[in-house]
Design a protein around this ligand. Structure first.
Ligand SMILES: Cc1cc2nc3c(=O)[nH]c(=O)nc-3n(C[C@H](O)[C@H](O)[C@H](O)COP(=O)(O)OP(=O)(O)OC[C@H]3O[C@@H](n4cnc5c(N)ncnc54)[C@H](O)[C@@H]3O)c2cc1C
Ligand SMILES: NC(=O)c1ccc[n+]([C@@H]2O[C@H](COP(=O)([O-])OP(=O)(O)OC[C@H]3O[C@@H](n4cnc5c(N)ncnc54)[C@H](OP(=O)(O)O)[C@@H]3O)[C@@H](O)[C@H]2O)c1
Ligand SMILES: Cc1cc2nc3c(=O)[nH]c(=O)nc-3n(C[C@H](O)[C@H](O)[C@H](O)COP(=O)(O)O)c2cc1C
Length: 697
C-alpha cells in the first residue's frame, strides 16, 4: 500500500480529529497513513523520510503553533540548518485557524514557510480552514482533493524513490511538481460517502425515509421555518450525502468500586497543578452594569507558583453540576454515576491508530469524568452527529443525517455551530437518540482549562495573585428563556459567592471571614507580554474592559520599582482604557487615579462608550482608539521617535483590529506616508516586539 506520513499539531483536538479522519479515509483510497502527533519525534524522522508528508496544524494564543508543536518548530527554526535540509520532502499542509484572530492560521503558516525555506516542496496546495465560518468548508474539499494529489505524487515519483532514494530526487530541481490545488482536484468518493437515495439501502434507512415523509407531511402544515429539529424543502426532500460512520473504538465498563480520593489535580498531568485558596473576591462593577466583572485574589504563598506582570495562567474548571446531572439522567446512568470507568480499545476496531484518550484518566468515576475531563458543551462535529444518528430513530435520525450531510451544511452552520448547540441540547431536542457512553468518550473533546491574565504584581502583593473576569452569560440555544453562564466564569462566580464583596467595601463582610474556597491553577509557559527590560522606555497600554488586567500588574510593578529606585529614570506610561458607563464599569477607577496622582501613570485617557454627553459638553470619545486618534502626535512620537512600546489587551474580535487600523492611520498621518508604508512600519514594530498583543475572543 502507498504510505504517507501524517502529522497533526493540535491544541484543542480538532486537528487531531481531522488527521484521524484522513487516516481512516486513506485506507479506502488505497493509501496507508502513518499517523503521529507532531510531538512524538521518536516515531518519525523528516530528515530521512521518503514518503510524502501531510500535516494538519492549528493555531493558538496570538498566532502561535499549538503547544504540542513547540519543540518541532524550535527544531526546524534552527538557523544552522542548510537550505536543502528538507529538499527531499514533498508535503501538503492543512492549517486550522479562526479569522477573528489577527494572525489567521499562523501556526500552519509558520511551519509551511519554514519547510519551504528548507527546500521542501508542496505536492498539494495548502488549505487554510476557518473555524469562524466552519472548518468543514475548507477541510472537506481539501481532504477530497488529497487523494488525487497523492496519486499524482506516487505516479510521478514511482520507481525513482525506490531506485535512487530520496536525496537524489531532491537534487533534481527540474523534477519539481506543481502542487495540486484542492478546488481543482475535487473528487467525490462514493465509497466514503453513503448515498441514502441509492438502491439497496438498509431497511432502517427505508424506514427512516418513510418516517421522514410522515414527519414532513405534518410538519409542512405546522411549520414552514427550519429549526434544529425540523427541515424544509429542498433539504427535507433531498437525497443526502452523509459522511462514513466513524468506526467505534472504545469499550467501556462501569465497575462498582471507588476507594481513591478524587483529586482534580490528575486531570492535567502535563503541567504542574497548584491547589490554592481564594483569599478575596470583589465585584468591580455595579449591579446595574451590563456585564458583571469580578476580581479574585489567590493565595499562592504556600506554593512554588511564580509569575511576572503580563503573564497568564490556567484555571482548571469543571462543567456545571446541574448539566452533568442532567446528562447522566438523559443517558439513563444516574444510578451508576459513582461507578469507576474502565476503558479499553476494541480489539476489532477499524479505527487506525486507535488509542485510549489521554484526557480521560484511569480509575475515575463517571461523574468525575463528565465533570472535569470532557467539554460537554462543545459543539458536536459532523462526525459526532453521524454517530449519534445511528442511535436515533424516525424523523430524529433523518434530521441528524441532514445536519451532518453536504446538503445540510447551511443548517449545520445555523442551528448547530452558530447557535453553540451542545450535546445535551441535542439529546433534549432529539428524544429518540440514546447513545452509548462510549460514543461520548470517543467524540467529546478535552475540557480545556481557561487562561486568565495576572492582574497584580508580586512586588506589591507578595504571595498573592489577582485576576479579573466577566461572568459570561448567554441565552441557551434551545430554550431561549434560560440564561446560561460560561463554563469557567459561571463556576467561579458560584465558588466566590460566599466571600464576594462590593468594590466599595474595603474589609471582609461582617460575621467573620467565610472559609476560603480553593481552585486549581497551572502556569502558562508562553509569557511574552512583559514590561520592557529598559524601564526608561516609554509605554503605551491599550486595554478596554477586562483587557486592563495585565496593565494593573504593570502599574503596580512600576510603582514598587520607582519606590525602590527613586533616582532611576522611568519612561512615560500611557493608558487608554474604555468601558461602557463611568459610574458602572470603570474598573480600578480609584487605583488608576492613585497611580496617576503619584506620577506612575503619566497619561490616563478613558472613554465611555454608552454615556450620553452631559449638558453643553462636546460629544465625548466613544472607544479607546478614538482617544488614541485625539493623541496621534504623542502616540506616533512614543513609537517612532522614542523607541517606545505599545501593548494591546482584550477583545480580539473587534477592538484589537480597530486599534490596529487606527495605528496605521496615525502613522500615516503623522509621518505623511501612504497606508501601505504605515502598515510596514507597524509590522516592523511587531517584529521588534515593540507592538505586543494579548487578545482573545
Ligand atoms: C491568554 C488569555 C488570557 C485571558 N485573560 C482573560 C482575563 O484576564 N479575563 C477574562 O475575563 N478573560 C480572559 N481570557 C478569556 C478566558 O480564558 C475565557 O475564555 C473566558 O473567561 C470565558 O470562559 P468561560 O469558560 O466562562 O466561557 P465558555 O463557556 O468557554 O464560553 C466561551 C464563549 O463562547 C460563547 N458561548 C458559549 N456558548 C454559547 C451559547 N450557547 N450561545 C452564545 N454564546 C456562547 C460565550 O459568549 C463565551 O464568550 C483570556 C484568554 C486567553 C487566551
Ligand atoms: N489576555 C487576554 O487575552 C485577555 C485579558 C482580559 C480579557 N480578555 C478578553 O477580552 C474581552 C473583553 O471583554 P470586556 O467585556 O471586558 O470588554 P468589552 O466587551 O471588549 O468592552 C469594553 C469596552 O470596549 C468597547 N468596545 C466595543 N467594541 C469596540 C471596538 N471595536 N473597539 C474598541 N472598543 C470597543 C465596549 O463598548 P460597547 O459595548 O458600548 O460597544 C466597552 O466600552 C473578553 O472577551 C475577555 O475574555 C482577554
Ligand atoms: C486560545 C485560542 C487562541 C487562538 N488563536 C488563534 C490565532 O491566533 N489565529 C488563528 O487563526 N486561530 C486561532 N485560534 C483558533 C483555532 O486555531 C481554531 O479554533 C482551530 O480549529 C483549533 O484547532 P485545535 O482544536 O486542533 O487546536 C485560537 C483558538 C483558541 C481557543
Amino acid at each position: 500500500m502507498r504510505r504517507f506520513l501524517l502529522l497533526y499539531a493540535t491544541q484543542q483536538g480538532q486537528a487531531k480529529a481531522i488527521a484521524e479522519e484522513i487516516c481512516e479515509k486513506a485506507f479506502v483510497h488505497g493509501f496507508s497513513a502513518d499517523l503521529h502527533c507532531i510531538s512524538e519525534s521518536d516515531k518519525y524522522d523528516l530528515k530521512t523520510e521518503t514518503a510524502p508528508l501531510v500535516v494538519v496544524v492549528s493555531t493558538t494564543g496570538t498566532g502561535d503553533p499549538p503547544d504540542t508543536a513547540r519543540k518541532f518548530v524550535k527544531k526546524i527554526q534552527d538557523k544552522a540548518l542548510p537550505v536543502d535540509f528538507f529538499a527531499h520532502l514533498r508535503y501538503g499542509l492543512l492549517g486550522l485557524g479562526d479569522s477573528e484572530y489577527t494572525y489567521f492560521c499562523n501556526g500552519g503558516k509558520i511551519i509551511d514557510k519554514r519547510l519551504q525555506e528548507l527546500g521542501a516542496q508542496h505536492f498539494y496546495a495548502t488549505g487554510h480552514a476557518d473555524d469562524c465560518v466552519g472548518l468543514e468548508l475548507v477541510v472537506e474539499p481539501w481532504i477530497d482533493g488529497l487523494w488525487a494529489a497523492l496519486t499524482k505524487h506516487f505516479t510521478s515519483t514511482r520507481g525513482k524513490e525506490e531506485i535512487n532514494g530520496a536525496l537524489q530526487i531532491a537534487s533534481t530541481a527540474s523534477q519539481r511538481m506543481d502542487p495540486v490545488k484542492p478546488e481543482l482536484s475535487h473528487i467525490e468518493s462514493r465509497v466514503e460517502l453513503l448515498r441514502l437515495a441509492d438502491s439497496g439501502r438498509r431497511d432502517s434507512e427505508v424506514q427512516e425515509q418513510n418516517a421522514m415523509n410522515r414527519g414532513q407531511s405534518s410538519a409542512l402544515i405546522a411549520e414552514s421555518e427550519p429549526s434544529l429539529t425540523h427541515s424544509v424543502p429542498p433539504l427535507s426532500q433531498a437525497s443526502l450525502n452523509i459522511p462514513a460512520l466513524p468506526p467505534e473504538y472504545l469499550q467501556v465498563h462501569l465497575h462498582e468500586f471507588l476507594g481513591q480520593e478524587e483529586s482534580r489535580a490528575s486531570v492535567t498531568p502535563v503541567d504542574p497543578v497548584f491547589q490554592v485558596p481564594i483569599s478575596k473576591a470583589v465585584q468591580l462593577t455595579t449591579d446595574d452594569a451590563i456585564k458583571t466583572t469580578l476580581l479574585v485574589e489567590l493565595d499562592i504563598s504556600k506554593t512554588d507558583f511564580s509569575y511576572q506582570p503580563g503573564d497568564a495562567f490556567n484555571v482548571i474548571c469543571p462543567n456545571s453540576d446541574s448539566e452533568v446531572q442532567h446528562l447522566l439522567q438523559r443517558l439513563r446512568l444516574t444510578d451508576r454515576r459513582e461507578h469507576c470507568v474502565v476503558l479499553k480499545v476494541k480489539g476489532d476496531t477499524k479505527k487506525k491508530g486507535a488509542a485510549l484518550p489521554q484526557h480521560i484518566p484511569e480509575g475515575r468515576s463517571l461523574q468525575f469524568i463528565l465533570t472535569w475531563c470532557l467539554e460537554i458543551r462543545a459543539v458536536p462535529k459532523k462526525a459526532m452527529l453521524r454517530a449519534l444518528a445511528e442511535h436515533a430513530a424516525g424523523p430524529d435520525r433523518r434530521r441528524l443525517h441532514e445536519l451532518c450531510s453536504r446538503q445540510g451544511a447551511a443548517d449545520y452552520g445555523r442551528f448547530v455551530r452558530d447557535a453553540h448547540t451542545g450535546l445535551l441540547d441535542l439529546l433534549l431536542a432529539f428524544p429518540s437518540c440514546q447513545p452509548p457512553l462510549a460514543l461520548l468518550l470517543e467524540h467529546l473533546p478535552k475540557l480545556q482549562p481557561r487562561p486568565y491574565s495576572c492582574a497584580s504584581s508580586n512586588l506589591s502583593h507578595p504571595g498573592k495573585l489577582h485576576f479579573v473576569f466577566n461572568v459570561v452569560e448567554f441565552l441557551s440555544p434551545t430554550t431561549m428563556e434560560v440564561l446560561r453562564r460560561g463554563v469557567c466564569t459561571g463556576w467561579l462566580a458560584t465558588v466566590v459567592a460566599s466571600i464576594l464583596r462590593p468594590d466599595t467595601q474595603v474589609s471582609p463582610a461582617e460575621g467573620g471571614p467565610a472559609p476560603a474556597p480553593e481552585i486549581s491553577i497551572s502556569p502558562r509557559t508562553t509569557g511574552f507580554f512583559h514590561l520592557p527590560s529598559d524601564p526608561a522606555a516609554p509605554v503605551i497600554m491599550v486595554g478596554p474592559g477586562t483587557g486592563i488586567a495585565p496593565f494593573i500588574g504593570f502599574l503596580q510593578h512600576r510603582e514598587k520599582l520607582q519606590e525602590q529606585h527613586p533616582e532611576g529614570h522611568f519612561g512615560a506610561m500611557w493608558l487608554f482604557f474604555g468601558c461602557r458607563h463611568k459610574e458602572r464599569d470603570y474598573l480600578f477607577r480609584e487605583e488608576l487615579r492613585h497611580f496617576y496622582k503619584r506620577g506612575i501613570l503619566t497619561h490616563l485617557k478613558v472613554s465611555f462608550s454608552r454615556d450620553a454627553p452631559v449638558g453643553e459638553e462636546e460629544a465625548p470619545v466613544k472607544y479607546v482608539q478614538d482617544n488614541m486618534w485625539l493623541h496621534s502626535k504623542q502616540v506616533a512620537r512614543v513609537l517612532l521617535q522614542e523607541s517606545g512600546y505599545i501593548y494591546v489587551c482584550g477583545d480580539a474580535k473587534n477592538m484589537a483590529k480597530d486599534v490596529n487600523d487606527t495605528l496605521v492611520e496615525i502613522i500615516s498621518k503623522e509621518t505623511g506616508v501612504e497606508k501601505l508604508e504605515a502598515m510596514k512600519t507597524l509590522a516592523t514594530l511587531k517584529e521588534e516586539k515593540r507592538y505586543l498583543q494579548d487578545i482573545w475572543s
